[in-house]
Design a protein around this ligand. Structure first.
Ligand SMILES: [Zn+2]
Length: 159
């Protein structure tokens, strides 16, 4: 498919199937098209309901859905982030663990209300129970799986 057709396909799916408003659909389509493999997995998921085991930025779709309680469409967008900008993607995941999800619901008057839901921290077998601290500033370090390195968000550098 040509780029333009892919983009139209995604915008259609995101508005019709996932209820995205057009502006959000255009933005999400642009992000999903940043990575060929994730785009293909998303198309496969829409057409067959099958979830691939491919890892992007160290994560599978199923991990994001099960461990972080993301909706599948949110998980696809998160995979793009993790694969193309691991530091930013990991930061988003940490935010979810620390602050929960922003969940939009609608109240009796039809107004949108934002709720927060907390997510239990996933147990990762490949991680130590406590993250080490930064030798410079003593902040807790974050493991960036894609690069297999510890990162300090305070100092903004790898340790
Ligand atoms: Zn530091």
């Amino acid at each position: 498919m040509a780029t333009r057709e892919k983009n139209n396909y995604l915008v259609n799916e995101l508005t019709a199937r996932y209820g995205f408003e057009r502006g959000h659909a255009l933005d999400a389509a642009e992000r999903l098209m940043r990575h060929h493999g994730i785009y293909n997995d998303f198309v496969q998921y829409n057409q067959t309901g099958q979830v691939s085991d491919n890892k992007y930025g160290g994560y599978t779709l199923a991990q994001l859905v099960n461990d972080y309680q993301l909706e599948p469409i949110g998980a696809f967008l998160m995979l793009v982030e993790l694969e193309t900008d691991a530091v930013q993607g990991q930061y988003y995941l940490n935010q979810i663990i620390q602050h929960g999800h922003r969940v939009k619901t609608v109240d009796e008057d039809g107004d949108e209300v934002v709720e927060f839901r907390t997510v239990a921290s996933p147990v990762r077998e490949d991680m130590a129970p406590n993250n080490p601290n930064c030798p410079k500033c003593n902040s807790e370090l974050t493991w960036i799986d894609q690069y297999k390195r510890w990162y300090c968000y305070e100092c903004k550098e790898y340790v």
